[in-house]
Design a binder for this molecule. Sequence first.
Ligand code: URA
Length: 287
Amino acid sequence: MTSPSELSKEQLSRQVRQHLDSLKAAGVDWLPAGSIPSAPSSWNQTQDSVNPKPQAIAGSQTNKETSNTRRQGLFEDVGGPDPTTEAKPTCSGIPLEKRKQELKVLTEKVCQCTRCGELASSRTQTVFGVGPVGADLCFIGEAPGADEDAQGEPFVGAAGQLLDKIIAACKMKREEVYICNIIKCRPPGNRTPLPNEAANCREYLERQLELVQPRFICALGSTAAKYLLNTTQGIGQLRGRFHDYRGIPVLCTYHPAYLLPHRSPGKKKDVWEDMKMLLAKMGRPVT
Ligand code: URA
């Protein structure tokens, strides 16, 4: 095989053009600006100031995966209608308003749940989920921690602040994604949810996802991946490719808590690689 140094400029540029054309044909219309993998610097800062410039593949306008996500990106740029509140066509045929109502009913049902005796007696409140019905992307974590148990909202503690930075680096807003957990109650001492707890909560999670109808799911950490996908594979094996949950593409990545300074902050660059893969699949700008 000819090495790049043996090719003429014309041959090299033809090969690059062919490669870009094949990426474009596959629906990839944005490429990263640099080749050295590193996480956005804002993930190490307390104040988020990421505003990277995406690089477009010349002439690319189409998005094979979803026209909705592309439109959403444009709305952000030009200040059009709020994509988080605009009605989208439904796949299941249940109108958006009905799905919102049913999600409220489900939230109330979960509030009353006592299926897991230990969790029901130790929780301050249930933590159902947050975000718009019809969100393009749903993040699924493991279980509420102390902050989430106190506030009733998922990912509001230290891991949540890092998740917010990850979302911002993806040029999305927290308000436009859906965020929930495998189980809806805090396990005492933040222990890992037990299999029977995940099984008890499964019906709620399945219905929640059925009503929210995200187009993509990002499973945060091995516990979320394990219970969502019903797999015994570890997060290291699951990363780097898409999985399937009832027809929805699922990307698995490290849990934000694992990226905190006292654990493995060096893994942030891997999470950023995962997010770029997800963004490309979603048809959103990859920076
Ligand atoms: N960790 C999780 O898995 N979920 C939360 O909501 C908070 C921390």
